[in-house]
Design a protein around this ligand. Structure first.
Ligand SMILES: [Zn+2]
Length: 230
C-alpha cells in the first residue's frame, strides 16, 4: 500500500523548541525517509517513526534534500545503525554531503563572522562549530531534476536550487504531493522562500519557489511549517 507519512517531530534545544517535518514514503518494496534532522537527534526521528508504527530497520532509502545541518545532521547516526539504507541526494549537492567539498553553509557562516557585531560574534562562532560537527556520509545514488522513481507509486525529483545549489524536492505523482525541503517554508499558511538571508542564490531560490507553486500539487509538505493543502 502506498502511504505518505509526515513525521511531525518536536526537538528541544535548552529552552527552545523547534518542530520539523521529515516525511516517509512507503510502498510494498520501499520505505524512503526524506531528511533526517539535526546532529544528535536521530533518536527523535526514530521515535517519531515508531509512534507511526514504522520500523527504521525497514528503511530502504534516505533522501537528503540538501546539505544543511538540520536536514542531514542525523544521517551519520542513521547509517551507523542501518548501514544498508541507500543515501539519495541531488548530483550537485552530493559532494557537500559526502564531504568531498567543504560545506557551503560553513563557508557562508565563516564569511559572515567578520561582519557580525561584537555581541553576536560568540553566537556566530558557536554556529560555525555546530556546522563543523556535522559528519559527512557518502551518497549512494545521485539524482537530477526530472528523474522518476517507483517509490510510493511513482515520484519525480524536482530540482529546486537556490537555498543551496543542488537542493531537490520530491513530487509524489499520483497523490500530487510536493515535499519541498527548504525550497518552500510556511509562513502564516503561505509558502515562502525559507530563510532568504541564507539562500546561497536568492534569485534561484525565488525561481524554484515559483516552480513548485506552479507544479499542480494538491498538497505541499514543508520541512519548516508542515502541511499546506492547496
Ligand atoms: Zn532547513
Amino acid at each position: 500500500m502506498n502511504r505518505i507519512i509526515v513525521l511531525t517531530t518536536t526537538l528541544t534545544f535548552g529552552e527552545n523548541k523547534e518542530i520539523i517535518h521529515p516525511v516517509v514514503l512507503m510502498d510494498d518494496k520501499n520505505m524512503v525517509l526524506i531528511d533526517c534532522g539535526y546532529t544528535g537527534f536521530f533518536s527523535a526521528i526514530k521515535q517519531a517513526m515508531e509512534e507511526k508504527n514504522l520500523n527504521c530497520a525497514d528503511l530502504t532509502h534516505v533522501l537528503i534534500t540538501h546539505q544543511d545541518h538540520d536536514h542531514m545532521g542525523g544521517l551519520w547516526e542513521l547509517k551507523q545503525e542501518y548501514p544498508r539504507v541507500q543515501v539519495v541526494a541531488g548530483k550537485e549537492e552530493s559532494p557537500y554531503i559526502s564531504g568531498e567539498l567543504k560545506s557551503l553553509r560553513l563557508e557562508q557562516a565563516e564569511e559572515m563572522q567578520s561582519e557580525l557585531p561584537e555581541d553576536q560574534k560568540q553566537f556566530g562562532l558557536a554556529f560555525c562549530n555546530l556546522l563543523k560537527s556535522v559528519r559527512t556520509v557518502p551518497v549512494d545514488l545521485e539524482v537530477c531534476d526530472g528523474d522518476v522513481f517507483d517509490w510510493c507509486g511513482g515520484c519525480t525529483i524536482v530540482g529546486t536550487p537556490g537555498h543551496t545549489p543542488g537542493h531537490i524536492s520530491v513530487f509524489v505523482n499520483e497523490e500530487k504531493v510536493m515535499i519541498t525541503g527548504d525550497a518552500a517554508a510556511l509562513d502564516h499558511g503561505e509558502p515562502i522562500v525559507a530563510n532568504p538571508q541564507y539562500a546561497l542564490n536568492l534569485t534561484e531560490a525565488e525561481v524554484s519557489l515559483e516552480k513548485i507553486k506552479a507544479y499542480g500539487a494538491k498538497e505541499m509538505i514543508c520541512y519548516h511549517g508542515g502541511v499546506l493543502i492547496l
